[in-house]
Structures are given as C-alpha cells and as structure tokens.
Design a protein around this ligand. Structure first.
Ligand SMILES: Cc1cc2nc3c(=O)[nH]c(=O)nc-3n(C[C@H](O)[C@H](O)[C@H](O)COP(=O)(O)OP(=O)(O)OC[C@H]3O[C@@H](n4cnc5c(N)ncnc54)[C@H](O)[C@@H]3O)c2cc1C
Length: 398
C-alpha cells in the first residue's frame, strides 16, 4: 500500500451492505444515476430510477458538451465500453480547435488523439441522456418520471445533480451552417475566472460564457462573448434559444449520506478547473453501484479512483482563478508549443510534488458555495438533506 493509499485508508467510513433481493432506488436520471442503474441491472439487480422532471436531461435541452478524453491514458469510449456503458450516442471526436487570448491572438489546440468528444445533452434522439436511458430500460430498469424523491427508505443512491452554483454557464443554443468545431476565449472581460466557448456539431451549436464569479453581470458577459465570437470566427446563429446552467464543485468529506452513496455533482464530484463533470458523474455512478454489489467502502473507492484528479483540479482552479489575462496568454502559448494538448492536459490533471505542497492551503484559497450539512442522524434517508444543524463552512479533506 502506498503512503497516499494509507492516508486514504484512514479516512474510510462505513461499508454499505446490499441485501440480495432488495430493489435499489436511485434519485436522479442524469448520467451518474443512469450509469449506476445500468451497472446494478447488469449484475441482475432490480432498480427503480426516480426522475423529478418529465424527461431525461431536462436542464440541458440540446446543449453541446465535451466528454473529456485526457484524464485517462485509455480513450474515454473504450473505458465506457469496458464498464458496460453504451457509447451509441451521437458524437464527434474533437482533435483540433482554436483558443484566443484577450488580445484576439489565435492558438491552435491540437492533439493526435481526440481531446474530447462533442456530445449532445437533453431529451432528444441520439443524446447522451436518451442513449443511457434506453440502455437502462433495455436492461429492465424502471424509470419513473415526474417523481421527485425526498427520502429513500431502503437501499439507494443519491444522484440529484448540483446543489449550489460555484460556476454558471450562460448563453445560447442555436442552429447554424458553421462547420463542426470548437473555439474558446480566455478573457476575464468575457468570462471572469472562466472561459467563453463555442461548440458546433451537425448543424447545431452552443455558445456560452462560463464564469466563476460576478454572476450578477452575466448579461454583459454573454453580450461580449457573442460579439467576440462574431468578430473572431464569424459566429452564425439561427433560431437562438437562451440557455444556462450551474456547476457545483467540491471535494466532499464523505460521499455517503446516511446509508446511501452520493454520486456525480450531488456529491460535488466535478472538475473544479473547467467543469468537465460528465466523466466524474459516470465514474462515481459505476463505483457506487459496484460498492453496493461487492460490499466495498464507496468513500475509499472514489478517493482512490478520483481523489488525486479532484485535488489536482482544485489546485489548478486556484491558479487559474488568480491569474490575469496575461497569465491565460502564457498558458495558451505553453499548451500550443507542446503540440499535444491531450498529453499536456493529462499531466495538468495529475498530482505532482508541487500540487501536494499546496494541500494545506486548499481550504484557504478555494471554497464551494455549498454548505455541507452536519446531519445529526446517521441513518438519515433524505435525498437532499434538510434536517441538519445550522450549516458550517465547507472544508476540503485531502
Ligand atoms: C451549461 C453546462 C455545460 C456543461 N458542459 C460540460 C462539458 O462540456 N463537459 C462535461 O463533462 N460536463 C459539462 N457540464 C457538467 C455536466 O453536465 C454535469 O457534471 C453532469 O451532468 C452531472 O451529472 P449528474 O448525473 O451528477 O447530474 P445531472 O445531470 O444534473 O442529473 C441530475 C438529475 O437528478 C434529477 N433530480 C434532482 N433532484 C431529484 C430528486 N429529489 N428526485 C429525483 N430526481 C431528482 C434532476 O432533474 C436531474 O435530471 C456542463 C454543465 C452545464 C450546466
């Protein structure tokens, strides 16, 4: 056992045992909940997924997102297939794109292998959400729509999505005659402490300002983002629809509430640097289901599989969130000089001696908006706990 694993071992908490015939209730039909359901159903378990909305992916409605391909050496699609998760959703591999600094200088971001796969989110055909839903249903999972779970009495998994806004992404979905591609602008005047981005795939597009602060001025930032993309890449939007969403990032002290594992963004398991949360959601969904099946300690497992990457993303955020536009320019120059953006990002999301040195300062420099509830009831059944004592401020446990 390595020193880090030994430290992680000390933090382990209760193992949850799943009686063989018990139906497992899952709160939330996002990628985290559906992937957990698929994993359990593939092992022959009876599963009911409750979804508060009338359809899957309701909060996304045609959003284009990047399924990142840098956190593992193995291609993300191969990882998913190995985990028994379908990859039949519509997607395009994104091998090269363009990022701009605040002065409008272009940097080609390219990689020999896909940096990410552009996918569509929401209830429509071919989206990630619909494809996962169909796989779950074909495996016998019952999905109940318009069913907001407040408590889970027996075995269950909490997968209810973000609980607070640490970042927001605001902009438009639209139809377009632009070619497939991705573009980003690193400029605090367009997206404070974040980035502005434009994704297009097969005649549709998404343009957003993804900001980590100053949310009240979101209209100004969106307007500037649209104008910048019109000027820099000739953005053409037809039939635009406003769209926005929140992201919640934190490293939880424990991702078990009462007797239930918490997966995906409900646990705060997200990429704190830029908000590429889909893989964290699906990985934690698989892990939670496997832990229920095998009697393993879920807190120990997610720390082993995701812990280092999560910590690296928080350290990255601390730096990214504190540099001015000149710092982004240096970052873009450095990334593009390497020629292999995927390899560069793979290293960026890894632990390093320097990042380990930062651990004592994490709580000082990064705080989630989410206030972890100190629930007095160890057997609490709440899906979104409201019975805790007054919230205390959040602390990151390395
Ligand atoms: C605008 C935007 C752009 C993004 N872009 C990217 C990207 O490019 N790449 C990337 O990897 N990630 C991206 N993300 C993040 C990614 O979408 C999320 O991390 C991911 O969807 C989290 O999955 P989840 O299953 O944890 O939660 P969700 O997808 O939010 O699913 C949770 C589900 O639970 C349901 N629910 C809530 N409460 C209850 C309840 N009590 N009972 C029953 N159901 C309930 C909700 O209706 C919802 O359907 C983006 C997010 C936003 C907002």
């Amino acid at each position: 056992m390595t020193a880090i694993e030994a430290r992680i071992d000390k933090l382990t908490s209760a193992v949850i045992l799943l009686p063989a015939q018990e139906t497992i209730q899952i709160a939330g039909a996002g990628p985290a909940g559906l992937v957990a359901a698929i994993t359990l159903a593939r092992a022959g378990r009876s599963v009911v997924v409750h979804e508060a909305k009338a359809e899957v992916g309701h909060r996304f409605q045609g959003d284009l997102q990047g399924l990142e391909n840098w956190s593992t050496q193995q291609d993300v699609l191969a990882v998913m297939r190995e985990q028994g998760i379908t990859t039949e959703f519509d997607k395009i591999p994104s091998i090269s794109g363009t990022a701009f600094d605040a002065w409008g200088k272009a940097y080609e971001i390219k990689s020999p292998e896909p940096l990410f796969y552009t996918v569509e989110r929401g209830p429509g055909p071919g989206t990630l959400d619909t494809t996962l839903l169909h796989q779950a249903q074909e495996l016998g999972v019952e999905v109940r729509f318009n069913s907001r779970l407040r408590k889970i009495e027996g075995a269950g998994i909490l997968a209810a999505g973000p609980q607070a806004a640490d970042a927001i992404a605001v902009g438009f979905h639209f139809e377009t005659d632009m070619e497939n591609g991705f573009w980003a602008i690193c400029d605090n005047n367009l997206a404070p402490k974040g980035y502005a981005y434009l994704l297009t795939m097969n005649g549709i597009g998404t343009v957003k300002s993804c900001m980590f602060t100053d949310f009240t001025r979101q209209r100004v930032y969106v307007q500037r983002t649209i104008e910048a993309f019109e000027k820099l890449v000739g953005l053409r939007m037809h039939n635009p629809h406003p769209h926005s969403g929140i992201g919640n990032f934190r490293i939880p002290k424990s991702a078990i509430h009462g007797r239930h594992p918490i997966v995906g963004e409900q646990a705060g398991l997200q990429d704190t640097l830029w908000g590429f949360g889909m893989r964290y959601a699906m990985t934690s969904g698989v892990l939670a289901a496997q832990c229920l099946l095998n009697g393993q300690d879920y807190d120990r497992q997610w720390r082993i599989v995701l812990g280092k990457q999560l910590l690296a993303s928080v350290v990255n955020r601390i730096f990214y969130g504190h540099v001015p536009n000149r710092g982004y320019r240096w970052f873009l120059q450095y990334t593009t000089q390497r020629g292999d953006a995927r390899g560069f990002l793979h290293k960026l999301y890894k632990q390093s001696p320097f990042k380990r040195l930062m651990l004592p300062w994490l709580n000082r420099y990064y705080k989630s908006q989410y206030q972890e509830l100190n629930c007095p009831d160890e057997a609490c059944m709440c899906v979104q706990c409201r019975c805790g004592r007054p919230p205390r401020s959040h602390a990151i446990s390395p």
